[in-house]
Ligand binder design. Structure first.
Ligand code: KG4
Ligand code: ZN
Length: 388
């Protein structure tokens, strides 16, 4: 089946079109279109994601991103183009009501959508949580409006499920065997998920305060680095090379008996060190970045390995924006090889670590395989705290 997926939970406006086939164990995904519009320049002055700006930017960008996705899919497939048709007055009224809180999106919608051919898709998948509620609502309302004018069903998907299975987007046809342990690390989440089967999950640990990506971003700010801080810290740390840092930061909860994390104490420790140093040299910054990154990785790797051992995981999965971090990828892979000889490591290609809609299509397909299409489109709501 063909799925058009929409992702607006944070600061990426993303739309994909995926051809999905097979059952859970032999599923196959062809990416016909994958467009991600990042809002980083808009949020950079705030040093983090600003919800009202995210909502405004999604409203502004969804229609152009959809147009690009449709163009890309027509180049990539011999999609049959169904004829465009005028939107009836009744439907226009419904769309006006659905998008009444997004006037900029409504205006573009009514101008552009009637000029487009109705795409050859079977369903629309949309993220309904977790994430920033104002941002989620824009994507949901857009999905509802499209569902009305194109007569297509909606499948709601959990954003974190997308991160768990984003590794299936890799070209070399990865294999996930259960039980699996997934470490999900992003700007909003740090979670360990026990994946018992394709549709059976249990969150076994999470951060008690800051998410690890948030800690990277905050430490970057202390070092006068631009947002998002993760890639900047990683680059600085790399300059120092394998030599250890002269600083020593704590590894919070490294030896705790549970699978929870905490990163705010680590961030505070960096803050004190930076304050004590006063004016920072380039070398100081490299040393701080290196030791902060290593402290975060030590905790993430140790807890993930411990969880994988406890639950006899056959697969260890890494996902989320921080999964782009080279050292984390390397050190977790090495730790799995060393400590879990019967497990394989699954990491998404860098282009699928951050938020994207292709992973939302996969999550949508699995939700469809399990439940079919059960959603009543107009009843769909955002749930900022949705859990797996
Ligand atoms: O998954 P994502 O794109 O969006 C959220 O749902 O949060 O993750 C973004 C986070 C940011 O905090 C960013 O600094 C971090 O991922 N990040 C990194 C790297 N690339 C992105 N953190 C560490 N190292 C990286 N290379
Ligand atoms: Zn995410």
């Amino acid at each position: 089946m063909k799925i058009l997926s929409i992702e607006t939970s944070c600061d990426e406006t993303a739309i994909s079109i995926i051809e999905a086939n097979g059952d859970f164990d032999d599923s196959k995904f062809d990416i016909l279109a994958n467009i991600v519009h990042s809002q980083i320049p808009e949020h950079a002055p705030y040093g983090g994601v600003f919800p009202a700006v995210a909502k405004r930017e999604h409203s502004r960008n969804l229609v152009p991103v959809l147009q690009k996705a449709l163009e890309q899919s027509y180049e990539n497939s011999k999609s049959q183009i169904q004829n465009s048709k005028q939107i009836s007055d009744d439907k226009v009224q419904e769309v006006e009501k659905i998008l009444e809180r997004e006037p900029e999106l409504l205006e573009q919608f009514l101008k552009v959508i009637p000029t487009l051919e109705i795409p050859d898709i079977d369903a629309i998948a949309v993220t309904h949580g977790p994430g920033l509620e104002p941002a989620l609502w824009v994507g949901i309302n857009f999905a509802k409006a499209l569902s009305i004018v194109w007569d297509k069903p909606i499948i709601t998907t959990n954003h974190m499920l997308g991160h768990v299975f984003s590794t299936l987007l890799n070209e070399e046809n990865p294999k996930i065997e259960f039980p699996a342990i997934a470490l999900l690390v992003s700007g909003g989440h740090t979670e360990l998920i026990l994946v018992k089967d394709w549709c059976e999950y249990e969150k076994i640990g999470q951060t008690r305060d800051d998410a690890v990506g948030e800690a990277f971003d905050k430490v970057a700010r202390l070092l006068d680095l631009p947002y998002p801080g993760g890639p900047e810290i990683s680059k600085l740390a790399e300059k120092l090379g394998p030599r250890g840092s002269k600083f020593e930061f704590p590894r919070p909860m490294l030896h705790s008996k549970d699978f929870d994390f905490s990163f705010s104490g680590l961030k505070t420790s960096v803050l004190y060190t930076v304050k004590k140093l006063g004016e920072l040299t380039q070398e100081d910054k490299e040393e701080v970045a290196h030791e902060f990154q290593q402290a975060a990785i030590d905790v993430l790797v140790k807890k993930t390995i411990k969880a994988a051992q406890k639950y006899n995981a056959k697969t260890v999965i890494l996902g989320g924006g921080v999964a782009a971090n080279t050292e984390l990828r390397k050190q977790l892979t090495e730790a799995v090889e060393k400590n879990l000889p019967n497990s394989t490591m699954q990491i998404p290609d860098i282009k699928f670590t951050g938020d994207n809609a292709a992973m939302i299509a996969i999550a949508g397909y699995f939700t469809y395989l399990k439940n079919g299409v059960t959603q009543e489109p107009l009843k769909i709501e955002a749930d900022g705290n949705l859990s797996l």
